[in-house]
Design a protein around this ligand. Structure first.
Ligand code: NAD
Length: 263
């Protein structure tokens, strides 16, 4: 299937590793010019070189902490300065801490909202005027299955991401007349450093090994295994494509059947 992505300019946030990296790789493979960001410059540059080497795509690494408004402005300026536009925006960031609700003070809540809601809002605000002028755009937010099936200890993640899903639904309606779609994808347990780190925290708390915790995750997944980052990236690339022009305002999980609800 030709996704019609050749020559498009994509900006993938938080993409030095994990899901963001897999998405950047997939979009580069589909012929996009891809800008990626993360806080650590060395790993970001190494990832950019790796993707460019494997796909022959142009990859622009721009160091950026997505919780810092000035750095977001600099990021978008750098991409527009290089390629004149952003056609595809993939919002992503690290995950907030997990743990008992009573352990989170105002600072923890503010930090989670900056990381998983306001960063995406600011990136949308920066790229939407250009997309509207050109009459074409794709925004995909990487959220979590926690917005469909909240779990214990995930208060920060669930609340911030539910806010982002609400924002996306509103933007989908506001910008559909301009050929712009806005969708959310929800990773279930997917094998990245984030999941290994969650498993480590749980293992320490419960006096178990990391392998036991990961096996416990797998036992909750009808597919019987954790997901691979590429499996989420394939959906993001489709939603970013010309083919997905009539799909907007959706929230789709990639979770091996983990989510139990009907919708
Ligand atoms: P990861 O830890 O493997 O990678 C996170 C990426 O984000 C890295 O490139 C890191 O450098 C970057 N990053 C972190 N904070 C940043 C910041 N402030 N500014 C810029 N870049 C930043 O995580 P992942 O598994 O790829 O997860 C991506 C997102 O998906 C996270 O929000 C995570 O909570 C969510 N998620 C992941 C899973 C999973 O199973 N992997 C499940 C549900 C939700």
């Amino acid at each position: 299937m030709d996704l019609g992505l050749k020559g498009k300019v994509a900006l993938v946030a938080a993409a030095s590793k994990g899901l963001g990296k897999a998405v950047a790789w997939e979009l580069a493979h589909e012929g996009c010019r891809v800008a990626i960001c993360a806080r650590g410059e060395a790993e970001l540059r190494a990832t950019a070189n790796q993707i460019a080497g494997a796909t022959s795509a142009e990859v622009l690494p721009v160091p950026c902490d997505v919780t810092q408004p000035a750095e977001i402005e600099h990021l978008v300026r750098a991409v527009v300065g290089r390629w004149r536009r952003v056609d595809v925006l993939v919002n992503n960031a690290g995950g907030p801490p997990t743990g008992p609700f009573e352990g989170f003070d105002d600072a923890a809540w503010q930090a989670a909202l900056e990381l998983n809601l306001l960063s995406a809002m600011r990136l949308c605000r920066a790229v939407l005027p250009g997309m509207r002028e050109r009459g074409w755009g794709r925004i995909v937010n990487i959220t979590s299955v926690m917005v469909k099936q909240p779990g214990p200890g995930f208060a920060l993640s669930t609340a911030a991401r539910a806010g982002l899903v609400g924002l996306a639904k509103t933007l989908a309606a506001d910008y559909a007349p301009y050929g712009i779609t806005v969708n959310n994808v929800c990773p279930g347990y997917t094998l990245t450093d984030r999941v290994r780190q969650l498993a480590q925290v749980r293992a320490e708390r419960e006096g178990k090994t990391e392998a036991e915790i990961l096996a416990g995750f797998e036992a909750q997944i009808p597919a019987g295994r954790l997901g691979q980052p590429e499996e989420l990236a394939a959906l993001v690339a489709f939603l970013a494509s010309e083919r997905a022009a009539y799909i907007t305002g959706t929230t789709i999980q990639v979770d091996g059947g983990y989510t139990k609800g009907l919708l």
